[in-house]
Ligand binder design. Sequence first.
Ligand code: PMP
Length: 288
Amino acid sequence: MALKIWLNGSLVDEADAKVSVFDHGLLYGDGVFEGIRVYNGRVFELDAHLRRLYESARAIRLPMAMNRQELADAVRTTVKANAITDGYIRLLVTRGIGTLGLNPFVCKESCLIIIASRIQLYPEELYEKGMKVISATTVRNHPLAVPPQVKSLNYLNNILAKIEALDSDVPEAIMYNHEGYVAEATGDNVFMVRTGIVYTPPVEAGSLDGITRAVVMRLAIQEGLKVVEKNLTRCDLYICEELFLTGTAAEVIGVVEIDGRVIGAGTPGPITRLLREKFDNYARQEEK
Ligand code: PMP
């Protein structure tokens, strides 16, 4: 079924949802975005996603045409128009139409797009068996270059690492920052377990302030687990008991091998399983 796309203030048919070749989102990756889940007809953590979107926009001096409440309404309208009860929303704001020069300020109006669609999931088997990853040689963007906290349309840094993963026949790669500490995966945050303690790198290590990350940290604390934000090295990942990734699309997924080294018993460990189950229940619960 053809989708209805929100484009600059109204819903249009998918076939009519077009942007200009002079849009700086296309020409320069100049813009910001969010990926958001819909579970049981509810938009998951919408406030947190919108906060991050507005912060990303502010960081790159991208004016938003709507306030947060209006945007929340537009998201829900788009979800409804496409009868999505379980799916994925891609919300993007580009700098808009400009010239062939870099200058963002010649772009008079930003362009806002909301796509509400189904989601392509990793196969269930991958969650049961756990995934393999590699360490990328591509270093995560320096915080004074393209700040990793900004969810910008420019994902080349992550794409280069993803290519390394795919060249090695694994779905994901761990990215390290310019100091050699773990930053994140190409589209997910990283957690590890050692002596029963759950560790994740601080956002300053070069990761996105993941919404799933925050929910999982909260759920882990509720389960009585100790959660520590700390710089992690590649060696820490090699010797940990459990390793898992979190993200809107992947949710919580265990990692069982990194750079050919087996983690723990070679299957997703007990804490990974527990947090996956708790996340699943929390996200899909009927009433909050
Ligand atoms: N890091 C990167 C680079 C990402 O693209 C994403 C997901 N979009 C994440 C982490 C996970 O963030 P979230 O849980 O908010 O989806």
